[in-house]
Design a protein around this ligand. Structure first.
Ligand SMILES: *Cc1c(COP(=O)(O)O)cnc(C)c1O
Length: 376
């Protein structure tokens, strides 16, 4: 059996190698490394795929979130509500811009931000909500957009883990995650569902004015050469990364299908096990693209399971082991432990198994049996 990896980028590369190398060669020959035609081509392809008016490529997913917030004109002291159970980048940029992060609890089944907790956290200073489509599953956008509309708030979707997911509204309309809020962001970090071979990110919006503002912000606040109208940043996607992304975008749906298939196989192995809760999908929604396949381990020692898997050369991850509200950088005396009952429990229960596009039946079965042998 081939060595099991958490993410198998070498295996995936084999299938796209000639096209990627040819594209990279073209860039090397043209020497148009920055703002070259490859970036514009990828941008147009992604706009088409997502059915969104504007994609603005940038340097990484963290910048994408930061620039989104800058573009909306959020000001120091404005409160921004986000989930306690997510990667730190989400809250980091809020704090960095001197906005006030307001962390709220998540739902135990989907791990996504709890709309009721959002509602309770709203104050006159609240300006935005940042839902994260955690592990690849869409947050409850219908409820969140309704709350945002009622309270005149912006919604910024952190879609770093959810690219390609379809969200279905109760009226039957379907939209790609990242294109539903006022603005969305994503990351093209190599291990993400659409990853490049370095750092990359993008911002999505259907708002023409906001897109214009953001195109200037990512380019030193310039709208006209050497006229700096606003304080900007330097955040660009380079042409070599655009080559990789343009090629991989063609396969994104296929890659996500491969992930969903692996998830279904895992589900079968773990069905009805008293110590395992398999990932819950929102009913009738094709809304989960399995950036991670994350189990909850109940009435058993999760940390010992991690060790057991490591001893059997099976990589796994604990995303995330510490709630953000307990991180030194993000502590706030306004928080009460009782506000984070679910996150406090999840950090002790979750374990993410290998999840990528190259997992085969033999590997999936071996991983599942090794998990089950520990819990037996
Ligand atoms: C990966 C990730 C980011 C940051 O993306 P980078 O490209 O690594 O900066 C932000 N939010 C979430 C939820 C992520 O998973």
């Amino acid at each position: 059996m081939e060595k099991i990896q958490m993410v198998d980028l070498q295996g995936q590369y084999k299938y796209i190698k000639p096209e990627v190398e040819m594209g990279m060669h073209e860039v090397l020959e043209s020497a148009m490394f920055i703002n070259g035609p490859k970036v514009r081509e990828f941008q147009a392809d992604l706009e088409g795929y997502l059915n969104v008016k504007h994609v603005i490529p940038c340097a990484n997913g963290t910048d994408a979130l930061q620039v989104a917030m800058m573009g909306l004109g959020l000001q120091p002291g404005d409160e921004v509500i986000t989930a306690d159970f997510t990667f730190a980048a989400t809250v980091e940029v809020i704090a960095l811009l001197q906005l006030t992060p307001v962390l709220v609890d998540v739902l135990p089944d989907t791990f996504n931000i709890d709309p009721e907790a959002v509602r309770k956290a709203i104050t006159p200073k609240t300006k935005a909500i940042v839902p994260v489509h955690l592990f690849g599953q869409a947050a409850n956008m219908e409820a969140l957009m309704k709350i945002a509309h009622e309270h005149d708030l912006y919604v910024i979707e952190d879609n770093a883990q959810g690219i390609g997911a379809n969200y279905s509204f109760s009226d039957g309309t379907v939209a790609k995650t990242g294109t539903i809020g006022h603005i969305g962001s994503t990351s093209f970090f190599p291990s993400k569902n659409l990853g490049c071979y370095g750092d990359g990110g993008a911002i999505f919006t259907n708002d023409d004015d906001l897109a214009h503002t953001i195109r200037g912000i990512v380019n030193h606040g310039m709208y006209e050469r050497y006229h700096h109208d606003v304080v900007g940043v330097n955040s660009r996607l380079d042409s070599l990364q655009a080559v990789v992304l343009k090629e991989k975008l063609k396969y994104l749906d296929f890659y996500n299908e491969r992930r969903k298939y692996a998830a279904l196989r895992y589900d079968d192995f773990f069905k009805n096990h008293p110590n395992i809760i398999t990932p819950v999908r929102e009913a009738e929604c094709d809304s989960h693209v399995f950036h991670q396949y994350t189990l909850r381990i109940i009435d058993a020692d999760r940390d010992a399971l991690v060790k057991h898997l490591q001893e059997h050369q099976i990589p796994c991850g604990v995303y995330y082991p510490i709630p953000l509200h307990l991180q030194k950088a993000y502590k706030d005396e306004r928080y009460q432990e009782s506000d984070f009952e679910i996150t406090n429990r999840l950090v002790k229960e979750v374990i993410s198994l290998p999840m990528h596009t190259e997992l085969n039946e033999e590997q999936l079965s071996h991983i599942a049996k090794t998990v089950l042998s520990f819990l037996a």
